[in-house]
Design a protein around this ligand. Structure first.
Ligand code: GDP
Ligand code: MG
Length: 163
């Protein structure tokens, strides 16, 4: 595989929603090994004539309180190793969390291009709130709504340029 884009972030930020919106065909779903890690979903997509593979890294059991930071960290390390670019999703509705800061710390050390993406910006009312994510030290970010698709075109324009 080449042109691999990994989607990382803590549970419930909208990784799977984003993944499902992006992909045109889904590839093998790697099953959970231990019920906690590894069931990463792969999909193929294309933008401006460039094909890429997308990995939804939400392998841990989501919507449970037992998601340990180190499960997320493992996925981030894998993404840094394997991906050509990383989409780091955060959630404007929850705001900046300690888990986001942890992920950002790992990503700042990565040499791969990282796209900080503030999700759930469903309306212009949320734009102001997104500014707190500058504190992650990852520079500029993209505001998107994975649910209604807004902002995803601009993100994809830049993302495929980095591949
Ligand atoms: P994941 O755990 O990171 O994979 O997150 P999911 O994709 O499962 O989404 C978690 C919740 O956030 C679900 O209830 C989604 O419907 C919701 N969600 C995802 N994207 C958006 C968005 O752009 N706006 C809003 N309002 N909710 C969203
Ligand atoms: Mg998910």
């Amino acid at each position: 595989m080449s042109n691999i884009v990994a989607v990382v972030g803590r549970p419930n930020v909208g990784k799977s929603t984003f993944f499902n919106r992006m992909i045109q065909r889904r590839e093998a779903i790697i099953d959970a090994e231990s019920g906690v890690t590894r069931d990463r979903h792969y999909g193929k997509s294309e933008w401006n004539g460039k094909e890429f593979s997308l990995i939804d890294t939400g392998g841990y059991v989501e919507n449970s309180d037992d998601v340990f930071q180190n499960e997320i960290d493992k996925q981030v390390h894998l993404a840094i190793e394997e991906a050509d670019a990383i989409v780091f999703l955060v959630d404007v509705k929850d705001g900046l969390t300690a888990m986001d800061e942890d992920v950002a710390q790992l990503l700042r050390r990565s040499k791969k291009p990282v796209f900080l993406v503030v999700n759930k910006v469903d309306s212009s009312k949320n734009i102001q709130d997104a500014m707190e994510f500058y504190a992650l030290g990852l520079g500029e970010y993209y505001n998107i709504s994975a649910i209604n698709g807004s902002g995803t075109g601009e993100l994809l324009d830049d993302l495929v340029k980095a591949l």
